[in-house]
Design a protein around this ligand. Structure first.
Ligand SMILES: O=P(O)(O)OC[C@@]1(O)O[C@H](CO)[C@@H](O)[C@@H]1O
Ligand SMILES: [Mn+2]
Length: 405
């Protein structure tokens, strides 16, 4: 009897929490639609003070007439990040559903709808791992480059542009790579290969660690492409440890957090296909043994451009300095790498990074926003001639490398 009452009490508490979250979210929508001033946060999350200080700084910086910073009058990058942080606030303030991820269903859906392509990819990975020790360097390079391109085109699958509309990867991703090559505007795959190959040669002499970091983007199909590459790097000794960096709160609809990683591994392990279940088991083991390490520093869900990292998150910057290669996935990471500024298209990538050089790094991103540097003279004009929407279509990609400090 007592436990039945207790259960009813919990259900009631849950319903009240849902009502509260929904009302906070509709208030948020109204503020946005009517261009109200941005408000300080009222929750007590680890980053609340930083966000509120940021708002105050924006106010002091941009507002000589003491007007409030509002939704339509502030920088797009800041306001967009603020939107996702406010969605998080609405949940945090609605205990006991504070941990609820409002985007989880769409992320899971993307994985489920891409199952065929994921199976093809896991099959390919296992076949290439079987022959890794006998094949020569050129074949290994070829496989490495294929997996890089799959990671690149996997970035088309984000859900932030058209929320709720999953773009599943249905056909085998490997068959379409050749045809997509002309759409890679900056292609520094050779530089990545040379860097890792040199590291491997040194490591074979002196047993040094080779650390590769993945700054993750979207869950679902894209995450699988990243994990497949991470597995290949370990199996081929091109890396000895992998560090993944995900988001600690639901972010830009489809971005990866730890629950997405765990869910994915559970799904793979339970799959009927042995290609999938083998990947699930191996990846779980890598995580257990710390060959793969997952991090979720709060800096990744703050509005700062990355050149601010040494001041805002010196611990994270110092950690990234230990890496031999950092792979930044996706469009939002690129916007933050370049401070979301309208750089001239031919300004060198190194310069546009504005002093952010923790280690050699590479952006792997389909171009979805009007931020781009490091193109060859005349290249931007030529692409614009054939496709005026080239910067927002997501049809073009870059694998853009910077050698570091
Ligand atoms: O970083 P991702 O997942 O590649 O892309 C995220 C994105 O679609 O969301 C924003 C639009 O709302 C843009 O920054 C970007 O185009
Ligand atoms: Mn994303």
């Amino acid at each position: 009897m007592r436990s039945a009452r207790c259960g009813r009490g919990l259900a009631l508490e849950g319903t009240e929490a849902e009502k509260k979250a929904i009302s906070l979210l509709s208030k948020l929508r109204n503020e946005l639609q009517t261009d109200k001033p941005l408000l300080p946060l009222h929750d007590d999350w680890v980053d609340t003070d930083i966000w509120n200080q940021y708002l105050e700084d924006q106010h002091n910086l941009l507002n000589e007439n003491d007007k409030k910073i509002s939704w339509f009058q502030s920088s797009w990058l800041y306001v967009e990040c603020y939107l996702y942080r406010r969605i998080h606030e609405a949940l945090v303030l609605s205990s006991p559903i504070s941990d609820f991820d409002v985007f989880k269903d769409s992320k899971d859906q993307n994985f489920l709808e891409s199952r065929g392509a994921i199976e093809a990819l896991c099959f390919y990975l296992q076949e290439s791992k079987r022959t890794i020790e006998v094949v020569d360097e050129n074949i290994q390079k070829d496989e490495f480059c294929k997996l890089l391109q799959i990671m690149l085109w996997g970035n088309k699958c984000d859900l932030a542009v058209v929320p709720g509309q999953s773009i599943p990867q249905t056909s085998s991703p490997l068959t379409i790579l050749e045809g997509l090559k002309p759409f890679i505007l900056v292609n520094n795959m050779d530089a990545l290969w040379s860097l890792l190959l040199n590291k491997r040669k040194k490591s074979q002499e002196n047993f040094s660690v080779i650390r590769v970091d993945f700054i993750l983007d979207n869950a679902g199909f894209e995450l699988v492409t990243d994990l497949v590459m991470a597995d290949f790097l370990i199996a081929s000794n091109l890396a000895t440890e992998i560090h993944f960096h995900g988001k600690c709160i639901p972010w830009f609809v489809s971005d990866t957090n730890i629950k997405d990683v765990n869910w994915l591994i559970t799904q793979l392990k339970a799959a009927e296909s042995t290609y999938l279940s083998t990947c699930g088991l191996i990846w779980e083991d890598y995580l257990k043994k710390k060959t793969w390490v997952y991090h979720d520093h709060m800096f990744w869900t703050l509005p700062f451009e990355y050149c601010a990292m040494p001041h805002v998150a010196p611990d994270l910057y110092a950690d990234l300095q230990k890496s031999n290669l950092i792979l930044f996935k996706g469009d939002l990471n690129y916007r933050k790498l370049l401070g979301d500024r309208k750089w001239g298209l031919t300004i060198p990538f190194h310069e546009a990074l504005n002093g952010f050089h923790p280690a050699p790094l590479c952006s792997i991103r389909t171009v979805k926003t009007q931020v781009q540097a490091g193109l060859a003279p005349g290249q931007g004009e030529q692409v614009a001639d054939s496709n005026p929407e080239w910067m927002t279509s997501g049809n073009y990609g870059i694998l853009q490398f910077d050698g570091g400090p």
